[in-house]
Design a protein around this ligand. Structure first.
Ligand SMILES: [Zn+2]
Length: 418
């Protein structure tokens, strides 16, 4: 993993930051390590390592964990990341639900909760529900500690275009939101905390890169197929953001100029063919046309209550309607991926979001389509995998995002140690 991120210029503390970052990264990957071991693996000299480790110990980001008695020579003190260095609250504001969790500094999930959105059409009510859940997470995260100033940051992933400049949610097509100053509202509510607002697919991609199947890959394409279809690119551990932060909206590439109307107002976007909505639409059409399906009984006649696990269950029972809908979505997924494989030459494509719960049924069809369509050399470089954290990649990514911020700007670490 490459945690050394966010290079800056003209900054006197840059070298120190890079070196602190390097030490933290090595400890995340290889702990426990001694100071001598750190010097060896970082290439820094021993006195530099000792001075940097002292800073990290003072900040409590690192802790000593006894002696290594097994090696040759004098026993040495071992170091590791201090899981109690601080807590991170992370959240996904979805189209249908809100998930909130907090994790310790070792990225262990301590507490989490998912709630269905109470009033889907009411923006203010959704934001109130979001704040209430975040307050609960902050409250619970503070319980086991006597200090209240070690909440390191709060990250919110949202299903739309989040402005890199000020965290405004400019457009969330599947929520029908425009210009919501989410970061400003969060800052007003939660005060002087480091707050991050990011597109959910971007956040999820970071989650898989730091803590999931994308670890160690250099050119990662992430696709988040839920209610809509989001995308993200992680290059050498950094999100590819484009000119204004809105890159990777692959779900809104036109696949069929005369296709169904998308919530972005374009016709025939990829997400109108590859998403939970698209899958359910195909199933409803088939059943509406009179095809028999066990799904009718599984949802007790109410097709509005379809879920991906139910579709998977039906498919596993050999249900023709479920199988053919999944196959169609898998094919359309593969058609889009083939173009992206040609255009981006990724070494890994990760499928996440709720549709990934049907990944075992969808991905082989998509792979076959990519085999058929992509340039052979580009295809050979690219593996396809299901997201390790499934529908939780985004909240894991919030942890990664705060983490990445701390690792990239350790010069600000003092700030966390008020
Ligand atoms: Zn669209």
């Amino acid at each position: 993993m490459n945690h050394l991120l966010g290079f800056r210029t003209g900054d006197q503390s840059l070298v120190r930051d890079i070196n602190l970052s390097l030490i933290m990264s090595r400890l995340i990957e290889h702990a426990p390590l001694s100071r001598a071991g750190l010097a060896e693996t970082t290439g820094l000299n021993k006195s530099t390592v000792s001075s940097l480790v002292k800073q990290l110990l003072d900040l409590q980001f690192v802790r000593e964990v006894g002696f290594n008695l097994g090696g040759i020579g004098r026993p040495s003190v071992q170091l590791e990341i201090n899981p109690n260095a601080g807590y991170i609250v992370s959240c996904e504001l979805g189209v249908e639900s809100i998930e909130v969790m907090f994790a310790n500094f070792s990225a262990e999930v301590i507490w989490k909760r998912r709630e269905a959105i109470d009033a889907p059409d009411q923006q203010e009510a959704i934001i109130r529900q979001l704040f209430a859940l975040l307050h609960e997470a902050v409250r619970v995260s503070e319980l086991p500690r006597d200090r209240e100033d070690r909440l390191l940051g709060l990250a919110v992933g949202a299903p739309g275009l989040a402005s890199a400049a000020d965290g405004t949610l400019l457009f969330a097509p599947n929520l029908g939101w425009h210009e919501v100053p989410l970061q400003y509202l969060l800052q007003r509510e939660f005060g002087n905390l480091a707050i991050f607002v990011e597109n959910e697919a971007n956040m999820a991609a970071l989650g898989e890169y730091f803590f999931g199947v994308a670890q160690g890959y250099r050119e990662v394409l992430y696709l988040s197929a839920g209610v809509g279809l989001g995308g993200a690119i992680v290059r050498n551990g950094l999100l590819f953001k484009g000119a204004s932060g809105y890159a990777s909206e692959f779900g809104h590439m036109t696949l069929d100029p005369d296709g169904p109307l998308c919530n972005c107002q374009n016709r025939g976007c990829w997400e109108t063919f590859v998403s939970q909505r698209a899958l359910f639409r195909l199933i409803c059409q088939a059943i509406g046309a009179g095809q028999p399906s066990v799904l009718t009984a599984l949802v007790h006649g109410d097709l509005d209550t379809l879920t991906i696990p139910l579709v998977v269950q039906a498919a596993q029972q050999g249900d023709r309607v479920a199988l053919s809908a999944l196959e169609q979505v898998g094919r359309d997924l593969g058609i889009g991926i083939a173009s992206l494989v040609n255009g981006l030459n990724p070494d890994l494509i990760v499928l996440g979001g709720s549709l990934s719960l049907a990944g075992a049924l969808i991905l082989p069809v998509a792979e076959a389509e990519v085999d058929r369509r992509a340039l052979r050399w580009n295809r050979q470089a690219a593996s396809l995998k299901i997201a390790q954290h499934g529908t939780e990649s985004c909240v894991m990514g919030g942890v990664a995002m705060v983490y990445q911020h701390i690792l990239s700007y350790p010069g600000n670490l003092e700030r966390w140690n008020r």
